[in-house]
Design a protein around this ligand. Sequence first.
Ligand SMILES: C[S@@+](CC[C@H](N)C(=O)[O-])C[C@H]1O[C@@H](n2cnc3c(N)ncnc32)[C@H](O)[C@@H]1O
Length: 361
Amino acid sequence: MSSRLRPVPGWEVVPRPFDHPDSQRLVEEVQQEYVVRYGGPDLTPLDPSYFEAPLGAFFVGYLDGEPVATGAWRRRDDVAWAGTTATAEVKRMYVAPRARGRGLARALLAHLEATATQAGAEVMVLETGERQPEAIALYESIGYRRIAGFGFYRDAPLSRCYARALGERRSWDDAAATFDDEPDHGLADPTTREAWRVLLAEALPPAPARVLDVGCGTGTLSGLLAEAGHDVTGVDFAPAMVDLARERHPGVEFLLGDAADPPVGPRAGGGAAYDVVLGRHVLWALPDPAAALRRWVSLLAPGGRLVLVEGRWHTGSGLLAAETSRLLGQAGREVSLRVLDDPVLWGGPTGDERYLVVSRR
Ligand SMILES: C[S@@+](CC[C@H](N)C(=O)[O-])C[C@H]1O[C@@H](n2cnc3c(N)ncnc32)[C@H](O)[C@@H]1O
């Protein structure tokens, strides 16, 4: 774990126990600031053990050897967001007034995010308050999103809770804005779009079918299928992807959650029932594809089908058709495979392996 970060000369971040004298001095200062802003200190019970590895960490920031900032995180597996409970919570983010205006809060927060990610956290959450507008502005400018209240002050009217994706979710989040620039993602070219429309029409039952689009990204295929008259729900764990999907396809339901364990259950009126679970370029990205396939099968109505578009790309990532077929066989499914080598689908010729699998029972 990197313990040093130097955004300005003389600045360093050092891991310290919560009860270290430098930590305590700064915690006392931040509590005084809460007294001024809110009329009392933060009463959230905190135990020094919350910040011990591997479930937490506490850092003191030094400027020219003087302790001027603190920041900490602790695992908070009771707070779920974006389909995970591998959650870390920021605590005691504070930069003393004498050291403000140098970007230290931003640097410290980046350090907290990096160390929490290294320790296995998948999202970061935090709680701040309406009377800390500078903190709110900082978090929002970095990309934190408002979430439902949690923790000790969950029902307090001034409390504001935020979350941001870490790790793999963050990478997909960062990819969202330009994701649709690829011809097969955005389907901006009418010929490419039409080729996908026809391909999916051939692979799916007639509309209206109930379709779950797992790892839906910006929702391009969900939108295409909704246009064709299907009843579509899309699921993705990258908040920026889901935002774009909702913006571009307002008539379609998009959920923030894990594709491997979608936040859907039996529909009202009974039945666990999707006619189709569709995934394009998603199975390869899941840590346990066999478990995901079992879960997807469990969501199918009798006679339902899995429709998967996968590939093994020139980059070396992806799944060979043989591997996907083997996984489906393990899940007790028959496989019908179609090679997708028509350049129209991809906006140009490809030299790698791309395919569609339709799997009925
Ligand atoms: C290559 S993109 C494909 C997007 C979309 N299916 C398409 O074909 O345009 C992979 C998508 O899967 C999502 N993803 C990856 N792992 C996921 C997981 N465990 N749960 C939910 N979404 C996931 C990513 O956020 C990303 O949007």
